[in-house]
Design a protein around this ligand. Structure first.
Ligand code: SF4
Ligand code: MG
Length: 318
């Protein structure tokens, strides 16, 4: 709820604060049990920072994170440790997130040790079971991360995340580093696991094409804010925000006719340390009006379950 993460920028010989990067600037959304919520935007839009704040790997500057009705930001370390078991993360680069000196068995067993689950024999049994769940086998247990392909390493990362029976998995660009053919396999695995285990996913990606099929709902982020949020199909078929429309027109489609309507965004993403006044997208928006550079559009429900922050959908705009 109203999550913010502002980082100070220090400068000069005295290292005084010379500015603020508003990495996340007032993000609110709800994750429903058993659903996949896709959080999408260009790099630097604050989507990973948002994911990390949900895990409390980063402390929010402002706002609340509620999990099953409990406010997490005020929990003690001990209470938090318990909740951490329920929320696990899968990272973008499985190679960087797996200790190269540990065997796969040790990597997957580690969260079980951290959370005091089972004796040695039980943990070994659980590791074997997890390897099979993700499509590997106990035959792989004594190997090291470098002996696996990228897709297999991501399976190991998923097995590690599943070890403690989490309820929510935050997957931060879990397939971005993989070849397209392997991406589909890992996405299918995540979908199967969700059905079998009743998992809830927050799926972070920079590419709308990747989240389309896996997500029930999607939130589109720009410069630290969600600018549009809707059911996945609604967002793809009837997007409202000009930024979403531009992102969608960049998704490659087999139909060459489609390319005629491609919207090319000009200009770079503005710096989050010096965001534009009014609508943060006005410097790049093909539909910008006078009001856009001075008045911040409110994030509002424009159709049932479909939210956007854009003056085009305010009745009183002129
Ligand atoms: Fe474009 Fe204006 Fe809508 Fe912002 S508020 S997205 S600048 S039309
Ligand atoms: Mg990121």
């Amino acid at each position: 709820k109203q999550l913010k993460k502002h980082f100070p920028i220090e400068g000069g010989v005295l290292k005084q604060q010379v500015g603020t990067v508003k990495a996340v600037d007032g993000v609110t959304f709800t994750l429903h049990k058993g659903e996949t919520f896709g959080l999408v935007g260009e790099s630097g839009c604050g989507k990973s920072t948002t994911g990390r704040m949900l895990m409390r790997l980063l402390e929010p500057s402002e706002g609340e994170v509620l999990f099953n009705g409990r406010e997490m930001t005020s929990l003690s370390k001990n209470e938090m440790r318990h909740l951490r078991k329920d929320i696990q993360m899968v990272f973008q680069d499985p190679f960087a997130s797996l200790n190269p000196r540990h065997t796969v068995e040790k990597i997957i067993e580690e969260p079980l040790i951290v959370h005091n689950l089972g004796n040695k024999a039980e943990r070994k049994k659980r590791v074997k079971e997890l390897l099979e769940i993700v499509g590997l086998s106990s035959y792989h247990a004594k190997r090291y991360p470098h002996q696996f392909s990228g897709g297999q390493r991501q399976r190991i990362g998923i097995a590690r995340a599943l070890a403690v029976n989490p309820k929510l998995i935050i997957a931060d660009e879990p397939v971005s580093a993989l070849d397209v053919s392997i991406q589909a396999q890992v996405l299918n695995l995540l979908e199967d696991l969700q059905k079998e285990l009743g998992l809830t996913y927050l799926f972070i990606a920079h590419d709308l094409g990747v989240v389309r099929h896996i997500s029930d709902r999607v939130g589109v982020m720009y410069l630290g804010r969600i600018v549009e949020m809707a059911d996945s199909e609604k967002l793809y078929l009837d997007s409202k925000h000009p930024y979403t429309q531009a992102l969608l027109s960049a998704v490659p489609v087999p139909d060459p006719e489609y390319g005629k309507d491609r919207i090319i965004l000009t200009g770079d993403v503005p710096s989050p340390s010096n965001p534009p006044s009014g609508c943060p997208f006005h410097t790049r928006c093909p539909k910008a009006m006078d009001v856009c550079s001075s008045v911040v559009p409110e994030f509002r429900e424009v159709e049932p379950g479909h939210y956007t922050a854009c003056h085009l959908y305010e009745e009183d705009h002129v």
